[in-house]
Write a protein that binds this ligand. Structure first.
Ligand code: PLP
Length: 373
């Protein structure tokens, strides 16, 4: 029978944690306290501490974390926010939702992360914030970004949806930005069993604003000074995340080992024919994705699919070329590195429980594809 290698398999993880998760869910339902209770408080404390920050604000998902963080910074119509174009839609969607203008910039082709020189060129008197995305689990070049932000008095909102546990020169996600946004979408490195997210910050005032915005802008209850959302991380998801959180560091280590194995196998089998991930030596990369660059990417993906190997393309269409942003007037050729990456990048199956023999099979099939005429 043909092997089937999924992009991500969460079943083994659940089998290992099943007893604990069911017990904690039972406790939530028995106590019948479902919104902003002790599980959310515990998770907020633990994740903030883990990020070397003072506050965690649990929200409904990672996209809302970005929305609320921008709102707390007062970003709105007339403002510009600098974002990479090579990212998930939510990064720029959140900016546009506030009425501000997303300003798309290019990436560093080695790391796929936002390019500080491009940020510098994009700054105008209207610029209010920068959103670096720590793509695939590796942090962006925060020293350079922070220097620009300090010089121009800008907020930094880290999109850390893919990077919980990552480090840059010994500093954690959430330590260098004004705020950082996590997603606990089920496929992320710390995944809930539904939607969930969190904002992290060490700024007391912004933290308080985020807390008020997530409950309709109400403080005290039923008195509204600002327009907020209903966006809360619920107790059921927090209870699950509290069971999973203590395992996060081990899972990150396992992801790193899988990444190392892929790189060794790929180099042996294909030499320079594929470009394996570049890891800055001062970064702790948590490999949310293991992403390589290849030629004839779409053909390779189809071939792997025929052979039972699922892969994903993050992301096939850069945001500056999305129809929804056509009003901004970007055209093909504006961000060459982004456009090139969108044609070459492909992510291989990656999760802590991935087996070496599965990785060998994936690499064998990639080799087979490039050996055939
Ligand atoms: C997943 C993701 C988000 C959004 O998170 P949700 O919880 O799905 O709303 C934002 N940015 C990036 C880079 C992501 O990968």
């Amino acid at each position: 029978m043909m092997k089937q290698i999924p992009m991500l398999d969460l079943t083994e993880q659940y089998a290992n944690l099943k007893e604990e998760i069911l017990t904690s869910l039972d406790q939530v339902m028995s106590k019948a306290h479902f919104i902003l209770g002790e599980n959310v408080k515990k998770l907020e404390r633990d994740v903030a501490e883990y990020s070397n920050a003072s506050h965690g604000i649990g929200v409904a998902n990672g996209s809302d974390a970005l929305n609320i963080a921008l709102m707390a910074c007062g970003v709105g119509p007339g403002d510009e926010v600098i974002v990479p174009s090579f990212t998930f839609f939510a990064t720029a969607g959140a900016v546009a939702r506030t009425g501000a203008t997303p300003v798309f910039v290019d990436i560093n082709p080695k790391t796929f992360n936002i390019c500080p020189e491009s940020i510098e060129k994009a700054i105008t008197p209207k610029t209010k914030a920068i959103i670096p995305v720590h793509l695939y689990g590796q942090m962006a070049d925060m020293d350079a970004i922070k220097a620009i932000a300090d010089q121009h008095n800008l907020y930094i909102i880290e999109d850390a949806a893919q990077a919980i546990g990552a480090e840059y020169k010994g500093k954690k996600v959430g330590e260098l930005g004004t705020l950082a946004c996590y997603s606990f979408f089920p496929t992320k490195n710390l995944g809930a069993y539904g939607d969930a997210g969190m904002i992290i910050t060490s700024d007391d005032e912004l933290a308080e604003k985020c807390r008020v915005i997530r409950v309709h802008g109400s403080k005290p209850k039923y008195y509204h000074h600002i327009l907020g959302y209903n966006s809360r991380l619920d107790e059921m998801q927090a209870a699950i995340l509290n069971v999973k959180f203590p395992h996060l560091n081990d899972w990150s280590k396992q992801r790193k080992e899988r990444a190392k194995t892929y790189t060794t196998l790929l180099k042996e089998a294909l030499g320079d024919q594929v470009v394996t991930p570049f890891e800055e030596e001062f970064n702790y990369h948590v490999y949310h994705q293991y992403t390589i660059r290849v030629e004839r990417r779409d053909e390779l993906q189809a071939f792997l699919k025929e052979n039972g190997v699922s892969t994903m393309v993050y992301y096939p269409q850069p945001l500056h070329l999305q129809p929804v942003f056509s009003y901004l007037g970007y055209k093909e050729g504006d961000l060459p590195e982004t456009e090139k990456a969108a044609k070459e990048a492909i992510s291989l199956p990656m999760f802590p429980e991935l087996k070496e023999e599965q990785q060998q099979y994936v690499v064998e099939k990639i080799k087979e594809f490039y050996s055939a005429k």
